[in-house]
Design a protein around this ligand. Structure first.
Ligand SMILES: Cc1ncc(COP(=O)(O)O)c(C=O)c1O
Length: 386
């Protein structure tokens, strides 16, 4: 079959998180903490908006850039929360963050283009650029003072005039590492010199606890900068299954992004967009509830993980994950499988996020304290005897 398929499919690697989850879903009583989503359902605000939109006949094709009402709400959201003026002309609605990343990769990259990324990282970001033909080189985060850290000089020296784009996911999945405002400014200045795009994956921007949002390139960029921010309703608004997101890009690019949206999926459903609009208009309280839940869940996770034998807790600054090291292991995939069978806790193997993640496991702590405590009791028992 391989010879009948495109070259771009040849190097596609299956997700190791899926490998774990598909094998272990049916294990009776398993606590699944492997995916990047919370257990809390989407707010009634979105559900009522969908039902209203469907009943009022919102069943038809949508504009390529997205509903004007939703783009206006996104613009107002930036103004209310980030104190930023982002006109509608810079905004394109997408069917999720993943779809936004894919469209951006299609818009920017030709075969052989050089792209720089950071690892450990959610693999799909670099993968979608590779599918479009990019050669992706990787700079690794390191652990310093029990935190994930980036050697900015190493990143800057990897970005030359030949570099088409640098991919920054901050707060980062899986580490929770968050790029400081100072480093963002230095990177932006460097990319101005080399004419390199910054593609900021901002889907965890609101899941940051030292402020209402994490440091963001949009706050320091000028109109002429080669900056694209990809965002999503999945995480901060608990809407993973709805598949809705947006891209913020220079206005000269919007027509291209809109066309690519058409040639990919011709836009998310109108009633889903109506729900997104309503969430931005009146769902800020829901974001606050989630942020409070996550901040409690994080405190519990930090306390419990620090006290489990063999685990080296590494403090995240944002998102809703911990990527922690396990002393003495070299095969995180086998360990994750064994944990499913023997401890009935489902975690993502660190190797799923690149070689830098080997020796680690990722836990998504977006769960109530009872669930987390049971999971930590089981992990404690497992690591005390294995
Ligand atoms: C860093 C990052 N970017 C983008 C996404 C995509 O989110 P979605 O496609 O659900 O909007 C995810 C999902 O886990 C993620 O972790």
């Amino acid at each position: 079959m391989e010879k009948h398929l495109s070259k771009r499919t040849a190097g596609l690697a299956p997700s190791l998180i899926r490998e774990i989850s598909e094998q272990a879903y049916s294990i009776d009583g398993i606590i699944p903490l492997w995916f990047g989503e919370g257990c809390w359902p989407t707010s009634e605000i979105a559900i009522n908006a969908v039902s209203k939109a469907l009943k009022s006949g919102d069943h038809f094709y949508q504009p390529n850039s997205g509903k004007i009402g939703l783009r206006e709400q996104i613009s107002q959201y930036y103004s209310k929360v980030y104190n930023l003026e982002i006109p509608v002309s810079n905004l394109t609605v997408t069917a999720s963050g993943m779809n936004g990343l894919a469209i951006v990769a299609q818009a920017l990259v030709s075969s052989g283009d050089q792209v720089v990324s950071i690892e450990p990282s959610w693999p799909n970001i670099a993968e979608t650029f590779r599918i479009c033909g990019a050669n992706v080189s990787v700079i690794s985060l390191e652990v310093e003072n029990k935190k994930w850290a980036l050697d900015l000089e190493r990143l800057l020296s990897a970005i030359t005039h030949e570099t088409k784009a640098v991919l920054i996911n901050s707060p980062n999945n899986p580490t929770g590492w968050t790029m400081s405002a100072e480093d963002q400014l230095r990177l932006l200045n460097h990319c101005r010199q080399t004419n390199t795009w910054i593609v900021a994956d901002d889907v965890y921007s609101r899941l940051y606890y030292q402020g209402e949002y994490a440091p963001n390139f949009l706050k320091i960029a000028e109109e002429s900068d080669l900056l694209i921010s990809v965002n999503s309703f999945s995480k901060a608004w608990s809407m993973t299954g709805w598949r809705l997101g947006w891209i913020t890009a220079p206005k000269e690019m919007e027509a291209v992004l809109a066309m690519l949206t058409e040639f990919n999926i011709a836009g998310p459903a109108g009633f889903i967009q109506a729900a997104g609009s309503e969430m931005l208009k009146s769902g800020e309280g829901e974001v606050a509830i989630l942020r409070n839940r996550l901040s409690d869940a994080y405190a519990l996770t930090a306390k419990r993980l620090t006290n489990i034998p063999r685990l080296k807790f590494i403090e995240p600054e944002g998102a809703f994950y911990c990527l922690f090291r396990v002393e003495g292991i070299k095969d995180s995939l086998s360990l994750a499988k064994d944990l499913c069978q023997k401890a009935k806790v489902g975690l993502a193997p660190g190797i799923a996020f690149g070689p830098e993640g080997e020796g680690c496991l990722r836990l998504c702590y977006a769960q109530p304290s009872e669930v987390l405590n049971t999971a930590f009791d089981r992990l404690e028992a497992y690591f005390s005897s294995n």
